[in-house]
Design a binder for this molecule. Structure first.
Ligand SMILES: NC(=O)c1ccc[n+]([C@@H]2O[C@H](COP(=O)([O-])OP(=O)(O)OC[C@H]3O[C@@H](n4cnc5c(N)ncnc54)[C@H](O)[C@@H]3O)[C@@H](O)[C@H]2O)c1
Length: 251
């Protein structure tokens, strides 16, 4: 029960890794805000947490819209009090388009970056004042090993994640004095619905090159994220941890 009586916001927690983050935080005592664009999925996750004895509320948010983020933060405080823990997990990932940078529709690119790059900042701007009021907090920004890789198409995804790593370092510098720690999780390929849409042969090829030779699970990601949110990581800030079966080995 590392997060007993703490208030947590997890964006994009209507499915996939975010859903596991929210359920694991609730299982360890946090009151969790399911801050999600998809109403049916967000409400489902909140209902499941409440039905299993946890505490959760669904609040609809579009992380690419700063006014929507502010409204979510206000509603979160009204429901549970000042927020102490935040996971910026929402992204356009499942069903994303894979196009070259030179020809991807520019409106799609701008929307993609608004969600995947700027969303974490918009939500942090809305929530951080509550953490400051509480005397501190902890934030996780969801990156990806794609930040360190590039391929023939879809590279705006990796660019947005590299920017997310920069945001993590910059926010750690700006918010440290307020006792707010900011870290990142960079998952390698992780078994979610989004990954299950990828051709099995492509997945086999990726896994064959990973030292630990398997896909990650959403619980692998939650184990690391909850550690970084917990007091056991109280001297760690500004880091992005690859949780990737050894796929990326940075010097
Ligand atoms: N699954 C993987 O292998 C993998 C690997 C590396 C990084 N990641 C990252 O982990 C996170 C979760 O991945 P996933 O596989 O669960 O993805 P997913 O696409 O299944 O889930 C993303 C969630 O974000 C929500 N969302 C999308 N746009 C939003 C918006 N504007 N406002 C609020 N919510 C919004 C979606 O509705 C969805 O519930 C993402 O940041 C993704 O980039 C995933």
């Amino acid at each position: 029960m590392r997060f007993k009586d703490k208030v947590a916001v997890v964006t994009g927690s209507g499915q996939g890794i975010g859903e596991t983050y929210a359920k694991r935080l609730a299982a360890e005592g946090a009151a969790v805000v399911i801050a999600e664009l998809n109403e049916a999925q967000g409400q489902r996750v909140a209902d499941e947490i409440n039905a299993s004895g946890g505490k959760a509320i669904f609040i609809r948010v579009d992380v690419s819209d700063e006014e929507s983020c502010k409204a979510m933060a206000t509603a979160a405080k009204a429901a549970f009090g000042d927020v102490e823990l935040l996971i910026n997990n929402a992204a356009i990932f499942a069903g994303m388009r894979y196009e070259p940078l030179l020809t991807v529709d520019i409106n799609y690119y701008m929307k993609f970056m608004a969600v995947n790059q700027h969303g974490a900042l918009f939500v942090t701007r809305a929530i951080a004042p509550q953490m400051i009021a509480r005397g501190g907090g902890a934030i996780i920004n969801q990156s990806s090993t794609a930040a360190y890789l590039s391929g023939p198409v879809g590279n705006y995804y990796g660019i947005s994640k590299l920017a997310t790593n920069g945001l993590t370092m910059a926010l750690a510098a700006e918010l440290g004095a307020q006792k707010i720690r900011v870290n990142g999780i960079a998952p390698g390929p992780t078994a979610t619905d989004a990954m299950r849409q990828v051709d099995a042969k492509i997945i086999e090829g990726i896994v064959a090159q990973m030292p630990l030779g398997r896909l990650g699970s959403t619980d692998d990601q939650a184990d690391a994220a909850l550690f970084l949110l917990s007091d056991a990581a109280s001297f760690i800030t500004g880091q992005t941890l690859c949780v990737d079966g050894g796929m990326i080995r940075k010097p």
